[in-house]
Write a protein that binds this ligand. Sequence first.
Ligand SMILES: Cc1ncc(COP(=O)(O)O)c(C=O)c1O
Length: 340
Amino acid sequence: MKDLEWAKLSFGYRKTDYNVRCYYRDGKWGEIEVSSEETINLHMAATCLHYGQEAFEGLKAYRCPDGKVRVFRVDENAARLQSTCRGILMPELPTEMFCEMVKKVVRLNQEWIPTYESGATLYIRPLLIGTSAQVGVHPASEYCFLIFVTPVGPYFKGGFATNPYVIIRDHDRSAPLGTGIYKVGGNYAASLLANKKAHDLGYACEFYLDAKEKKYIDECGAANFFGIKDNTYVTPKSTSILPSITNKSLMQVAEDLGMKVERRPIPEEELATFEEAGACGTAAVISPISKIDDLETGKSYVFSEDGKPGEMSKKLYDTLRGIQYGTIEDKHGWTTVVID
Ligand SMILES: Cc1ncc(COP(=O)(O)O)c(C=O)c1O
């Protein structure tokens, strides 16, 4: 294993040894290739550069206390990428191939998988781009799919803690019938300015309302939202948010823990009724929310006065993390052992 101060790593790019690649040409996917190059040789008229034919995914490999390395719901990432492909006319990568490439790239870079004790993980970034030249707005005929990995530090350096969020009303990240449900780079370009505004104002992240009516909660930055009240886990149903795999899992875990689960539109005013709230995604599992401010209306929805996360959020967090790290029974078969 590499001799790094794993616990001090941030969420950033660090070179590892290998990436895996596969090319789509003449209507079919080729052989899986291993590369130690960090760069790609790209045609200047490639559709990914001009027309945003670009999709990515994000998941993690966990070095577990039993010495094994596991990945979490990798088939769900494969399925979401396929959905994105259908959304922006790219060829779908078969689930089997996606999973094989994830396993291969993790095994090839096993020296870069952080220790369990550090709380750090190996972040896995699959990327699919249209590579053939095109000057009219059309899909490419050739594509490159690659996966690289990079070690990332623990999300909660000072322990599981809450953060303040802010509703940004003067930007939308996606439209109701747009690409918000797909993981395409354009959505993230659309979020950069709102995210900067939130950070400049001292908030952890920006919150979006639905773009059409500005009435319902959509999602926050790169995470889904959930609120908890009366032993019920409530999360938005919206056509402009990314279907989070963490959220999908938390809904099941909540049910397993005896909670009710509701997936439905959440009007902003309902925020005032939640006992706990959180942002969920691969990065943090759950990032508990201390408050959400709406600067335009002057309203502030407070979920934690003392900065401490709520009891149910902690329980959901501990359970899902336990499953990911192999310390809690994986009764839904969500994890895959990549290194035994
Ligand atoms: C916009 C957005 N929403 C939600 C999520 C959380 O999704 P997941 O739980 O699959 O990481 C992400 C991260 O991938 C995201 O980028």
